[in-house]
Write a protein that binds this ligand. Sequence first.
Ligand code: PLP
Length: 458
Amino acid sequence: MTSFGAIEDSQEAAKRNLWLHFTRMSAYERSDVPVIVRGSGAYVFDQHGKRYLDGLSSLFVSQVGHGRQEIAEAMARQAAELAYFPLWSYAHPKAIELAARLAELAPGHLNRVFFTTSGSEAVESAWKLAKQYFKLIGQPERYKVISREIAYHGTTFGALSATGITSLREPFEPLTPGAVHVMNTNRYRMPAGMTEADMAESIAEKIEFEGPDTVAAVILEPVQNAGGCFTPPDGYFDRVREICDENDILLISDEVICAWGRLGEWFGCQRYDYLPDLITTAKGLTSSYAPMGAVIATDRVAEPFLHGANSFTHGFTFGGHPVASAVALANLDALENEGILENVRANESYFADKLDSLHDLPIVGDVRGVGYFHAIELVKDKQTKESFDDDEAELLLRGFLSGELYRRGLICRADDRGDPVIQLSPPLIAGPEQFDEMESILRSVLTEAGERMQVHGN
Ligand SMILES: Cc1ncc(COP(=O)(O)O)c(C=O)c1O
């Protein structure tokens, strides 16, 4: 049996046997793989005992923070009582209780919950659900899904097809037919001659272009993560809802990140006051003490599936796993009993102000976001908004920022799926102390980054 008492042994095995996701393995040829061994609250600790502020909630997942005994105990109790039973023809108490609780928290008539184990599976399921829904109601030609450029919706084929990031799509083409893309709500880089109102209209135009009778769904995040927290302009979702209604198209709110308090509400759609037909979610539903995702559908969408020989011919062995369901319930208890959504609402402007204070640095072009979900866009020239070219972005993000922020004790993400941004999304239990710490690390690292990249002036 292999055991890893020594750090060197575990480093060797990490490099030899472990396949890291979305990671250039070559990056660790001459340096250690960062190995995180423990978490507590808003902090995690590496193999050497060094502490890091978890400024990304690990991967936008850790709403209630790390190391919670009561969630670990809820998992252990459930594993001892009933570790597993499927939701294929059967039910179990924790999935029933959780579905009822999600229906109660969700707005409007979003009352029917289909569990998955991840966000990609939730998006995949929602698209399949939309397609089958239209077949059941006699509109079989509707199969397309409209999403936005640079949006990330996951990695399974359907979800990847909805994803609007060319570099992620290219290696796997041809993708699922029927995914089409429209402009996102990047208001910092509004195309010349366009207005904010055009952003929603681009969806209407795409529907017209594709043929309204061929489109099944529009899938949008309340705030788009990839590209760096693109918030919607005023009236955007009102108009999107209207466009979907006019064309009998389902609106899917992809809340894999934006639910569970991330924007200060249970669901992101509540922050922007719109009612989707389907919500996809995952991540913070369990604060990721166990993997779980879900699609929440309105009664109207579920209705055709409830009669005669009809069924949603789709499922996952581990969808609604009892242990994950018990975790989700314990997580929701913590969010509710400890007033964690209220904590986000009380402190979000302090967080935003702290990040805004970095505007005096020449490299900081834009700071945007809402709730505990923000991004800082880095630029070469603040006046002209000139961005870094590919080589410069590579040098800035991978050659310096990612490593340096980590070395200084801040976990966040330096990302260039759009223009270069730093993404910040701390656990929802964080407060002023963590935001001060974050600002101070960012200030010194971004100052040095600006000097290295020879960004001058304001
Ligand atoms: C908006 C959105 N949708 C879908 C996904 C895919 O989720 P998962 O990685 O759990 O498959 C993500 C993941 O980050 C996401 O942010």
